[in-house]
Each structure stands twice: as structure tokens, then as C-alpha cells.
Design a protein around this ligand. Structure first.
Ligand code: GAR
Length: 200
């Protein structure tokens, strides 16, 4: 493959998207970020993409009719010749039917050490609330391939982060981002790009 192209799917603030954008040309060298898609209107992540000169699109997502979002997404991914999909704070679950079309082509960042605090209902701050409630002393982040089981695909990379006395979900979320997510995700994307580039 000449230069693999990625689409980044987001739902909110987009700090993970930002590190991907910032690390283009340094950590991320074997492919390009061609598209950003949000399932939430007005997500700040869309502004980050706009600022970086990357095409950014909002596609409405209705939990009762996820196939409408997925059909539109698929159409756009084909039109833009996208090879890799990055879920970077994308807080909806893609259907089995959709993910089966992109085996080993979708990666997700999850803010815990899978298999702890993952699966349906564990997203964003809820993950850190659950970790604090359980009283774990170590948490972290995981990048994995996406398959039909929520947070169940092959693990690409993990990093542990300490839980400290006095942590709130917000404090812990920030530490997990700074010490794990923002390093792991760009590195994992480069790994996937590199493997694709060398393959064909
Ligand atoms: C991140 O912590 C990410 O790991 C998490 O949402 C946050 C998004 O932040 N994702 C999940 O919980 C997925 N199950 P961001 O929009 O600033 O990147």
C-alpha cells in the first residue's frame, strides 16, 4: 500500500485526536489522517480538525437506528479511500455487521487496563468512577483492535498508571490521559500504518 489513510471517529473534546494531529511527521510517519467524523454536533474535536486543515464531518447518530449512521460513514470512508479507522473518544458502539467489514482495520483507545472496567456502559469518566469505587491501586489505558465484542478485540498496547490518594474521577482521567493514552494511541496508529504499508 502506498500511504495508508486514517479516519478518526470522535464524540467530544478530542484530546486524543489532538495528540494524533500533533504527532504527524514525528511519531506518525507511515500514513496520513484524512478525515475526522463526529457523531455529536458541535464536538470540540471537529474544531481541532478544522484548525489542522483536516476534513471534518458530523454524521447524526440515533441509538435506535445506528445503521443510518453506519451507512453514511461507510459511504464516506469509501469515497475518501480510508484504510484505518481510529476510535478516539468515540462513545457509541459500532455494530458487529459494520466492524466485520474492517477486520484489524479499526483501533480503539480505552481508559482502563482491559479486561478491567470495560465493555458496555464503561466509557469516559464512568470508567474512572468504577476504578475508584473498586479501590484498585493501578489502572491505565489499552489500545486494541475492534471486533464484534465491545472492548473485546486483540490488545495492541497497554500502559499502567497509579491511582493516588485523593483522586477524583476527573484527576484520574487526566493522569491516565497524560501518562498513557496520549502516548499509546499515536504509537499504535503508527504501528498499524507501518504494517499496512509494508504489507502490500
Ligand atoms: C478518553 O479518555 C478515551 O479513552 C475515552 O473517552 C475519552 C475521550 O477523551 N474512551 C472511552 O471511554 C471509550 N470506551 P478525548 O475526547 O479528549 O480524546
Amino acid at each position: 500500500m502506498l500511504t495508508p489513510r486514517a479516519a478518526v471517529l470522535v464524540s467530544g473534546g478530542g484530546t486524543n485526536l489532538q495528540v494524533i494531529l500533533d504527532k504527524r511527521g514525528t511519531v506518525i510517519k507511515s500514513g496520513e489522517v484524512a478525515l475526522v467524523v463526529s457523531n455529536k454536533p458541535g464536538a470540540f474535536a471537529l474544531e481541532r480538525a478544522e484548525k489542522a486543515g483536516i476534513e471534518n464531518v458530523y454524521i447524526p447518530y440515533d441509538r435506535k437506528k445506528p445503521e443510518e449512521f453506519e451507512q453514511e460513514l461507510e459511504r464516506l470512508l469509501k469515497l475518501r479511500s480510508i484504510d484505518v479507522i481510529v476510535l478516539a473518544g468515540f462513545l457509541a458502539i459500532l455494530s458487529e455487521n459494520f466492524v466485520e467489514k474492517y477486520p484489524k482495520r479499526i483501533i480503539n483507545i480505552h481508559p482502563s487496563l482491559i479486561p478491567s472496567f470495560c465493555g458496555k456502559g464503561y466509557y469516559g469518566l464512568k470508567v474512572h468512577e468504577a476504578a475508584l469505587e473498586r479501590g484498585v491501586k493501578l489502572t491505565g489505558a489499552t489500545v486494541h483492535f475492534v471486533n464484534g465484542i465491545p472492548d473485546g478485540g486483540e490488545i495492541i498496547a497497554q500502559r499502567a498508571v497509579e491511582v493516588l490518594p485523593g483522586d477524583t474521577p476527573e484527576k484520574l482521567q487526566r493522569r491516565v490521559m497524560e501518562q498513557a493514552e496520549w502516548e499509546l494511541l499515536p504509537e499504535a496508529l503508527e504501528k498499524v500504518f507501518k504494517e499496512l504499508k509494508e504489507k502490500e
